[in-house]
Write a protein that binds this ligand. Structure first.
Ligand code: AFP
Length: 340
């Protein structure tokens, strides 16, 4: 046995150690955020295990329910939702929870209440479960005013007011990506330790990318700027090489690749879905928060995504996010369209 190597394994930057280090920078902190995060991490580990076992355990399959978007719910969606609701309530640090799976927001009972609101999609990309493609959990965290009674308006805030955001991707490895507003860090689950280890410190998205990511099957319904942008990706007019297309159809996986390799992810509005498909609170905001923190941009076709003020918890918005220069190009196309 290599004892030196084993000893080294205990000197790793785990996610808990990382967040505790961050906490020391805020002397007023009482550790509430660290506790909340450890409950989110626990939920992710549980879902990761369930996802890995799904094929064998026959957890896959319809649970016979539909969610608030009218989509069929899979058993893993139901399970993941229950896991996160329980983990978040039992943290004793939350007051309002908004889940993609629940029509109404959950107001935590007063005896278990804390000051954080968590908006989340417990299992995004669930139509990919049956073919074992990467799926994930997305979350964003808001803070309510000290001593105030929680109300729905506390979660109907622009994304720029989020305190933290992140996702966990259940892929060939389990990756947890987090921003608390001071950059982006990526952690990989070491299954032998059951710990997320810092493997991608201070992630910065390349300024310009070589990949575009979009469901081109919707092209016939796109507006002019989106159609023109995608055309330029394929047939550049400035002498640059054509971009490659990569589209998984699972936002966490598509955004994770975009964050690490650069490029642009787009889910635009189209004639059939004038507000696009993706949900503002628990898809658009957390991913836009991470992109900006990594040096990229996120744009709705009209404005900076994080400036959007949602009026409903399940509201949707078009989204273009990724490398700074690539998003700049689509912004210019929309600006030119407005001038016409
Ligand atoms: P599902 O959870 O129904 O699989 O939807 C996933 C998702 O919300 C998001 O993760 C993808 O980016 C997007 O939908 C893919 O949508 P299209 O299938 O319309 O391309």
């Amino acid at each position: 046995m290599d004892h030196a190597a084993d000893a080294h394994r205990t000197d790793l930057m785990t996610i808990t150690r990382h967040v505790l280090n961050e906490q020391t920078k805020h002397p007023e902190s009482r550790g509430d955020f660290t506790i909340l995060l450890s409950h989110i991490v626990l939920g992710c580990k549980f879902v990761c295990t369930a996802v890995n076992k799904a094929g064998l355990a026959k957890l896959i399959g319809l649970a016979g329910e539909t969610n608030v978007q009218g989509e069929e719910q899979k058993k893993l969606d139901v399970l993941s939702n229950e896991v996160f609701i329980k983990a978040l309530v039992s943290s004793g640090r939350t007051c309002i929870l908004v889940s993609e799976e629940d029509e109404e927001a959950t107001f935590v009972e007063p005896s278990k209440r804390g000051k954080y609101c968590v908006v989340f999609d417990p299992l995004d990309g669930s139509s990919n479960i049956d073919c074992a493609v990467s799926i994930g959990t997305i979350f964003g965290i808001y803070l309510i005013k000290e001593g105030a009674e929680p109300k729905l308006e506390d979660v109907l805030q622009p994304g720029k007011n989020m305190l933290a955001a992140g996702y966990c991707m259940y892929g060939s490895s389990c990756q947890f990506v987090l921003s608390t507003g001071t950059g982006v860090n990526g952690f990989t689950l070491d299954p032998s330790l059951g710990e997320f280890i810092l493997t991608h410190p201070d992630i910065k998205i390349p300024k310009k990318g070589k990949i575009y990511s979009v469901n081109e099957g919707n092209a016939k319904n796109w507006d002019n700027p989106t159609a023109k942008y995608v055309e330029r990706c394929k047939f550049p007019t400035d002498g640059s090489p054509a971009k490659s297309l990569r589209y998984i159809g699972s936002m966490v996986a598509d955004v994770h690749r975009t964050l690490l390799y650069g490029g642009i992810f787009l889910y635009p509005a189209d004639k059939k879905s004038p507000s696009g498909k993706l949900r503002v609170l628990y898809e658009v905001f957390p991913m836009s928060f991470l992109m900006e923190q990594a040096g990229g941009q996120a744009f709705t076709g009209k404005q900076r995504a994080l400036d959007l003020v949602p009026t409903q918890i399940h509201e949707r918005s078009p989204i273009f996010l990724g490398s700074y220069d690539d998003v700049e190009e689509i912004k210019a196309l929309y600006a030119a369209e407005v001038k016409k």
